[in-house]
Ligand binder design. Sequence first.
Ligand code: SAM
Length: 340
Amino acid sequence: MTRLPDPSVRPAGLADQFGRVARDLRVSVTDRCNLRCTYCMPAEGLPWMPRAEMLTDEEMLRIIGLFVRDGVTQVRLTGGEPLLRRSLVDLVAGIAALEPRPKIAMTTNGVGLERVARGLKEAGLDRVNVSLDTIDSQTFTQLTRRDRLADVEAGLRAASDAGLTPVKVNAVAMRGINDDSVADVLAWCLERGYELRFIEQMPLDAQHAWDRSDMITADEIRSQLSDRWELTPLPAADRGSAPAERFLVDGGPATVGIIASVSAPFCAACDRTRLTADGQVRNCLFSNTETDLRGPLREGATDEELLALMRGEMWRKRRGHGIGDPDFVQPDRPMSAIGG
Ligand code: SAM
């Protein structure tokens, strides 16, 4: 039996009661987005956060600095669409100046990346994940409600040219929409040297329309890909806290990842913590609670006081996300306002 740490003895840093320690901080830099992916947002968008509620760069950097001081080694910028934050390059430069310097990654839809990839690299961005669910332009337009596939392709090329490597592509497969072409997306990525990862669709849509029975599972994706390639699982020991089960494609060196967030959750190895654009710390994507840092910060809280709040939020992280439990309640915040 796994021995759990004694909850009355709380270790320093961003630890929880199940022995996990947060090292990977996801920062949502804005909740706004320029696509309207049907599984994420309604066509008309969402009521965006008022500017006054959003952290300024200075506030965001102070909080990220505290996370780094408390053991975070990787910062991933996300949203909403992170490229819509006008000061993004400066924010990246500010994070890169922290000591010890964390690794800096970004999850983006790639629209507009062509223009800023080099500037982001020069500011200190290390890697990007570009979300792309289909390489068919009609399906892309149907799925995102915007005709921007060419921009995403240009963004991917620019990321690769700028050395934001390895360039990863994230794809969600949806029944009746793009599930018959997952192999085409992999073939396309293999040709261009992008590392593809499929992610199971999760109950985080603003419309609350997710239905487990409709979800394309990791097993289905693996089976479809196996019709075209030989997939060899990489040893689980190489996985660490990474959520993707990775496979060599036809003996390698190319790989493909499959993230079974719902059908085989990786919560036991989760090392993530989250900061929303309006200054809330969340210990899980699916958490129904969060801790406000913005209020205390604007009222003059000291670093020690803010650290205590951050640690408190992490300490109450639950053992697992609980999707599938009878008492599971989807969080009020949609994915776009949490930071995917
Ligand atoms: N706009 C950026 C992008 O598109 O990458 C960052 C934010 S977006 C919310 C991050 C990722 O979440 C995207 O890859 C998107 O496909 C994924 N996503 C959104 N809703 C999802 C859901 N319900 N289940 C699984 N992934 C989802």
